[in-house]
Design a protein around this ligand. Sequence first.
Ligand SMILES: [Zn+2]
Length: 426
Amino acid sequence: MPLNVWAENPSALEATVWRADTVRLLPTPEQVELLLRLAKATRALINMEHARRRQLYERTGEIDTGIKHAYWSQDYAQLKELLGSKNFDEALCLVAESWRSFKELLELKEQGRLPAWLDPKPPKRLKSLIIAVKHDNYRLLEDEKAIWLGYYNVKLKFKGDLRWWRERLQQGRLVITYDDVKGAWYAHIASEVELKRDMRAPLKCGIDLGRERLAAAVTESGVALLYRGTVLKSEYHFLKMEVSELDKRARFADFDVQVWLEKRKWLFRRYRVRKRELIKNMAAHLARELYTLGVTEIYIGYPRDIAHNKPTEGNNAWPYWQTIKEIARAAENLGIAVYLVPEESTSRVCARHGCEVVREPRGLVRCPYGHVMHADLNAAMNILKRAGGRVPERVKVLSFTPTPEGVIERRKKRRGKPDSPAQRAG
Ligand SMILES: [Zn+2]
């Protein structure tokens, strides 16, 4: 199953995609008031529409992916007035898009093209604050580092760099969000850009996703990259600990339920934000390393340890789908095609000899031919094999630890060949 534009068009050397720059807004106190008013109105609109579509879906099974209903309905007249018809329209587009992607996932599921654990759910109520601005209703004033919002006639200062916007073929939607973990407003500026890929000799890479190791990648040229899950795990333990501390205090008589609930939600949101950053960092790092190694095609296996789990544990159990999507996108930026491949039994069979392996402690597997391997590397090599790739004789292993702040390289005392590309890539 193709996961990005290069996988969909294997012979293409150019592709047009949408990308967004994110910058931090620096609103004045009066501007904050305006942003809050607009964001609350947008959220109300989005949630009214989600609720209506969810009812329709539950009652009839029909999925509304249009924007007409709200546009003509009188119930929305006040919100339309406040937001302006263009931006009102744009918020409805956001709703329509999330239902469209739900519909697409459902169709893929029916065709049996989704991993078993991926269970599409209808879009949820929006909890966060958001403002949508149509592409022709704002101007980016690069020299002043400001964004001018047409309908509201307000100029918002920002800080941060613009990468995609400079290369834009056309300007897209502006989305303003409030991040209550960081207590800051952000602007996400969409641009349509052209990506290019260079003609290179084909080189495949297999990736296995797991818990102990978030990702294990093996290239045909014999380099393995391991991304350890230790920091993500400890972030999760930290969350559990803080939540239980908070709940303990809630037993006292003088506690405030509202404050307690808010604080609790905030802890979960902070965890999700940090998890997202960690995964993004890993995906970007992995894609860059593989690009440097000359990889042109990535094959990701369906995560094996939840493949046969109950669907209720779904995609929230561990961020596999999020990880897959981030890798596909980061690789797309560098011209690498990404595919999803089925992964049954990739952990049970030796990638070199095809015979059944025995699980050993500490994530190792033993082959009856007498050699011992990392279970994840063996799985990644099996994925590589399944994708028609060549399984390397020997692998050189590089270990990394992704964190929300960046990726840490674990230096081994053993010295590798100083001029091998893998060494220089680090
Ligand atoms: Zn073997």
